[in-house]
Design a protein around this ligand. Structure first.
Ligand code: FBP
Length: 275
């Protein structure tokens, strides 16, 4: 059977992000929008400085908003892959509306920027789940026409969800993401290799990446989680704060990459890059 142009496009773009299941490190950098200044203590205000450090360390892709992808193109273009996140929210909006993300760009914007994927969040379990699924479906359909993979940030979050990291809850969100056509899924870590293996299995071959989360107590703790999700069969991780809040950003990015690629153990990575 002859493949469609779109399915070839998707395959080519996905391979730029994931390689041949090499253990991919994506740098998430939409935090100025999502969280604001609290994520950027001290003098870490300029996104250019942070992004340059991370890109120079060598990551498989960066995930940026459309505006930052344009503004920071001199830094990432030609050096790494781009994922454009086209939904977002601020922490300034009223508490009861923080379970909804707004559309902040289009698939066409992402294509114009040269993106290898578009990303959108779905808060599974949110009172706004219906609105987010409508957004997701429109994005996924358009992305399909351009042969652009659609990454879903599949985040269980809502009044009925007590623990968003609970294995059953994460697994449910991932399965749901597969059922609505995600090509790549980013989700919460369930806390153990065994439970994350079940999450990966529930995705039935759709690549799953761990979402970094707040900065851990020590780099070693985080690197051990990266090693465990990799051994659980994850395609890699999408990491923001654990890299850009580290004392030495580029060194931490290198450590994460070598662990995800299973080139070094977490302990060896600390020894090589972080002492
Ligand atoms: P982190 O590694 O810093 O957790 O980044 C991943 C990410 O999904 C970002 O893309 C996003 O800004 C943030 O986490 C969402 O954070 P929250 O869980 O507070 O909504």
């Amino acid at each position: 059977m002859t493949l469609s142009y779109q399915s070839v496009g998707k395959r080519v773009r996905l391979s730029r992000i994931l390689g041949d299941n090499r253990g991919s490190l994506v740098f998430a950098f939409d935090h100025w929008l999502e969280h604001g200044p609290t994520d950027f203590p001290g003098d870490r205000i300029d996104p250019k400085i942070i992004l340059e450090e991370v890109v120079s360390a060598g990551v498989d892709a960066v995930m940026l908003t459309p505006g930052d992808a344009r503004l920071l193109a001199d830094i990432w273009a030609g050096r790494t892959s781009l994922i454009v996140k086209i939904t977002g929210k601020t922490s300034l909006r009223p508490e009861n509306e923080r379970l909804l993300q707004s559309v902040i760009g289009s698939v066409e914007d992402a294509v114009s920027l040269g993106a290898d994927a578009v990303a959108a969040t779905v808060y599974w379990g949110s009172p706004f789940e219906d609105a987010m699924l409508r957004q997701w479906t429109a994005i996924r359909e358009t992305a399909e026409q351009y042969g652009v993979p659609a990454l879903q940030l599949a985040y269980p979050r809502g009044p009925s969800i007590r623990d968003r990291h609970a294995p059953d809850i994460v697994l449910y969100g991932v399965r749901a993401a597969v059922m609505v056509g995600a090509d790549l899924i980013k989700t919460y870590y369930t806390g153990s290799r065994e439970s994350f293996k079940l999450v990966v299995e529930a995705a039935s071959g759709v690549p799953v990446m761990m979402s970094g989360g707040p900065r851990r107590g020590t780099p070693l703790e985080f690197l051990r989680d990266l090693r465990d999700v990799r051994l659980a069969g994850a395609a890699g991780a999408v990491v923001g704060r654990n890299i850009f809040q580290a004392p030495r950003i580029a060194a931490m990015a290198r450590a994460c990459r070598s662990v995800l690629r299973l080139e070094l153990s977490p302990e060896e990575a600390v020894e090589q890059f972080l002492v």
